[in-house]
Design a binder for this molecule. Structure first.
Ligand code: DC
Length: 233
């Protein structure tokens, strides 16, 4: 059967990663979490004193060390995908609030976007890939055969994020997470370079009320229709 590219974009904590992962597993495609790559660059900047909440990002010095930042992925024994930063497994650390707070200002930097976009495109050369992010259907793979734009209200997204963080043992207040979600939405949608927006040919999935199984079925139906149309061509 013909392999395609599946691009899933949407707001932070909209549940798109879970959906993308579920779909990739079900259809036997490679899954790539593009947000994890922006988070890994952010973690590198934080660790090297090139970004902090008060002073913001030291862009000049970050650009100087950008070629030294190597990002890759590894499949863990339990089947989950882990992000590696210069060979170190940083999957847990990149999800911390400290990183979430700094990732949007890092991801507005054009040179960072160009480098990560090129890396993301290299993963898609043989198709058979599901990638989620903010600009996958618009910039990274504008010709992707299947594009989905995921929406959910900020209140529901913040509540989900709090539950996720609490389950990991991170003690966070709903108000702080809600503020972070809204601020990231603002930066992601208003930045100059590849802002978050729905591609004209993307299908919208609002998952405020859908269960994980219902979302999966929606995605699978769309995938099967597209693949059978492509194969018939
Ligand atoms: O999906 P996430 O919340 O893990 O993404 C983290 C941040 O990375 C998000 O605030 C915006 C940025 N990002 C981006 O600018 N472009 C992408 N394709 C993916 C993520």
């Amino acid at each position: 059967m013909k392999k395609i590219i599946v691009a899933i974009d949407g707001y932070s904590s909209s549940g798109k990663s879970t959906m993308a992962k579920d779909l990739a597993k079900r259809i036997g495609y490679l899954y790539v979490d593009s947000g994890a790559m922006y988070r890994a660059v952010t973690l590198y900047a934080l660790r090297h004193g090139l970004a902090d909440a008060e002073r913001g990002v030291d862009v000049d010095n970050l650009l100087r060390v950008l070629p030294d930042i190597e990002i890759s992925f590894m499949l863990a024994p339990d089947g989950s995908q882990h992000t590696l930063l210069n060979g170190e497994d940083v999957e847990k650390e990149i999800r911390l609030m400290e990183v979430s707070d700094m990732v949007s200002p890092i991801s507005v930097i054009p040179e960072v976007r160009h480098r990560l976009t090129a890396l993301q495109q290299s993963y898609g050369v043989n198709k058979g890939i599901v990638m989620d992010g903010r600009d996958i259907g618009t910039t990274v793979f504008p010709d992707a055969e299947m594009k989905v734009f995921v929406e959910a209200s900020p209140e529901i997204r913040a509540r989900r994020r709090v539950d996720e963080l609490l389950a990991k043992g991170e003690n966070v207040a709903y108000e702080d997470v809600y503020r972070n979600v809204c601020e990231r939405d603002r930066i992601d949608t208003t930045r100059k370079e590849s802002p978050l927006r729905k591609a004209d040919d993307a299908r919208v999935l609002n998952n405020d009320t859908l269960t994980r199984e219902e979302q999966m079925q929606w995605m699978l139906d769309l995938f099967n229709t597209i693949v059978s149309d492509e194969t018939a061509d």
